[in-house]
Design a protein around this ligand. Structure first.
Ligand code: RP5
Length: 174
């Protein structure tokens, strides 16, 4: 079995529907990863031991999702020397602005690469790009991914030109 190189962690299982999107992208790129629920507030000792052993276990990038007073990514980043990507989870009370500010406003010296609210997919793509710096096959895969994305925009323009705005909107239900 291949070694786990990316760790996806989250503050609660309620974050899982969003964080699954990161796991799906890593599966797509065949990046071996683990998925764990670890709470900075509800299981602080576990959070500390997880962070202190992550590098030794061979983890190269950590993706950490949390909502509200979202301290998980920051606490983990304080204990590791590898990149930590934070995913602010949308909350029902403050729409995830609380999560975003909690994760992004780290003190100088302890960075967390923060993506948009609920942007777990982008967190995984960023992790793949980091790994691709030293992995040629992943670099090729990410290049192919971008080419495919650009092609899908070309196809949309072609369709828009053919159908006109009204029919395009009807067909695509936007
Ligand atoms: C955070 O509190 C978690 O990351 C989650 O987004 C939020 C709410 O947790 P639950 O009450 O749904 O377990 O720590």
């Amino acid at each position: 079995m291949n070694k786990v190189i990316v760790s996806i962690i989250m503050g609660s299982d309620s974050d899982l529907p969003i964080m699954k999107e990161a796991s799906d992208i890593l599966d797509q790129f065949k990046v071996v990863h683990e998925v764990l629920v670890i709470s900075a507030h509800r299981s602080p000792a576990k959070t500390e031991s997880y962070a202190k052993t992550a590098v030794k276990r061979g983890i190269k990038v950590i993706i950490a999702g949390a909502g509200g007073a979202a301290h998980l990514a920051g606490v983990v980043a304080a204990n590791v020397t590898i990149p930590v990507i934070g995913v602010p989870i949308k909350t029902s009370t403050l729409n995830g602005i609380d999560s975003l500010y909690s994760i992004v406003q780290m003190p100088p010296g302890v960075p967390v690469a923060t993506v948009g609210i609920n942007a777990a997919k982008n967190a995984a793509i960023l992790a793949v790009e980091m790994l691709a710096l030293t992995d040629k096959s992943l670099k090729l895969k990410i290049q192919e991914y971008k080419v495919k994305m650009a092609k899908s925009i070309d196809e949309k323009n072609k369709k828009l030109n053919e159908l006109g705005i009204k029919n395009y909107l009807e067909q695509t239900k936007k």
